[in-house]
Write a protein that binds this ligand. Structure first.
Ligand code: BTN
Length: 261
């Protein structure tokens, strides 16, 4: 597996996109720090040196950002469950990794390498909060957590990168053979499915309703109290703490069903 290791870069996604042609299929760009880490919807991704994972995984056998991102999301869950089995992480639509009502990892999937108007691949940029402490986390403008806070111990960031590299390759292979298994596993890992949520839609509207289903193209289906059914392709799900069945959220064993082992 090709791994490009950087000390510091503006954004590993930017690097992977600009070097897309030279990077191998399945390559990983990892940096110890980012000076301009980017999140979804133009947000900043806090990227202090040495305490977290910042990486971009290059996928050249697909240009479907949604399913490729789902495979990468499952790979993150797989790796986390091996490193810290007691931490019950799940996917919060579209592709955040949460523990309870706090964000542990985020993903920014972008198309790359345009040829004759077609995208040649997908870059899955993944940021995992590994050893951020409570003081740093409280300064982030959304509820966030880290592996260290959740597990009560520090982790070797290099080992987390190695684990992710392994899981990403494994799930990329599963995805190339059985995309429907990835879709099913990812949908099931969306543990807020069936719960009452608020959704800050891409339009800026704040919607409330039941997270009823996920369509095959990854769109979230929301049913409001008046029965209105909406398909949404972007937005931020907001957790209504009191209306979530947390026992159900924490009871997911994705690896059994996706890896079929
Ligand atoms: C989000 O949750 O909004 C997505 C966060 C994605 C952050 C990662 S860190 C590595 C890669 N490089 C970036 O600039 N962003 C992604």
């Amino acid at each position: 597996m090709e791994i490009v290791e950087l000390e510091v870069v503006d954004s590993t996604n930017r690097y992977a996109r600009d070097h897309f042609d030279e990077l191998a299929d399945g390559a990983l760009v990892v940096s110890a720090a980012q000076t301009a880490g980017r999140g979804r919807r133009g947000r900043v991704w806090h990227s202090p040196a040495g305490v977290n994972v910042y990486l971009s995984f290059v996928m050249k056998q697909t240009n479907q950002a949604f399913l490729a991102g789902a495979a990468a999301g499952l790979a993150v869950l797989d790796c986390l469950s091996t490193l810290a089995p007691e931490v019950k992480a799940y996917i919060k639509w579209p592709n955040d990794v949460y523990v309870g009502d706090r964000k542990l990892a985020g993903m920014l999937c972008e198309g790359a390498g345009v040829k004759n108007g077609r995208l040649l691949g997908v870059i899955a940029g993944i940021g995992v909060n590994v050893n951020l402490d409570a003081a740093f986390l409280s300064g982030i403008d959304q509820p966030a957590t880290s592996l260290a806070v959740e597990a009560g111990m520090e982790f070797d960031v290099k080992k987390v990168v190695q684990g992710l590299a392994k899981s990403l390759l494994r799930y990329y292979i599963i995805y190339s053979k059985y995309p429907d298994r990835i879709f099913r596993g990812w949908k099931n890992a969306n543990r807020l499915l069936g719960e009452e949520i608020e959704l800050a839609a891409g339009t800026g509207e704040l919607l409330r309703g039941v997270f009823a289903d996920i369509a095959e193209d990854g769109e979230l289906i929301l049913i409001s109290a008046d029965g209105t059914r909406r398909h949404l392709n972007c937005g931020d799900v907001r957790i209504r703490r009191e209306s979530v069945n947390w026992k159900k959220v924490a009871s997911f064993n994705y690896s059994r069903e996706v890896r079929n082992e």
